[in-house]
Design a protein. Structure first.
Length: 146
């Protein structure tokens, strides 16, 4: 479509505002992953303390130590996934703020879609916003200046 210069300027300003908001929301999701990491650590501590209680060990068939070892590695995997997601969201937020690395931001948005419900909403809105011509122009100006 051919838009008038005033319309293009309006769409560019509107997209700039949307990208700024998306950047803030990506920072929020990165912060929420820290909260999720604290939950995983607290859950592991609770499970470990429950399994090592004297009343639990005094039972005829106490849970084997391998059981907690399996849980430990499960918690480690969850922690690594949360840390990776937090770092990716932080980097995407920073790139959105600077209007750089549009493809990277879209990949992170796609990965966010796997985190229901907040990540899905953020991922879809990010993909829709960054897929537009106005966002493409905005990011091309800054990626070309790098």
């Amino acid at each position: 479509m051919n838009y008038s210069p005033d319309t293009v300027a309006y769409l560019d300003a509107r997209t700039r505002d949307h990208v700024r908001l998306l950047s803030i929301f990506h920072y929020v999701v990165a912060g929420l992953t820290l909260l999720g990491l604290a939950f995983v650590a607290a859950h592991y501590w609770l499970m470990r303390s429950m399994m090592s209680m004297p009343s639990m060990q005094a039972q005829p068939n106490p849970p084997p130590q391998e059981f907690m070892a399996m849980f430990f590695w499960m918690y480690v995997v969850f922690g690594v996934v949360l840390i990776a997601g937090g770092i990716l969201n932080f980097l995407a937020a920073r790139n959105l703020r600077r209007h750089r690395a549009r493809t990277f931001c879209m990949v992170v948005a796609g990965l966010n879609c796997l985190q229901m419900p907040l990540g899905t909403v953020l991922g879809v809105f990010t993909l829709v916003t960054l897929a537009g011509d106005s966002a493409r122009r905005l990011f091309e100006r800054n990626d070309g200046a790098a």
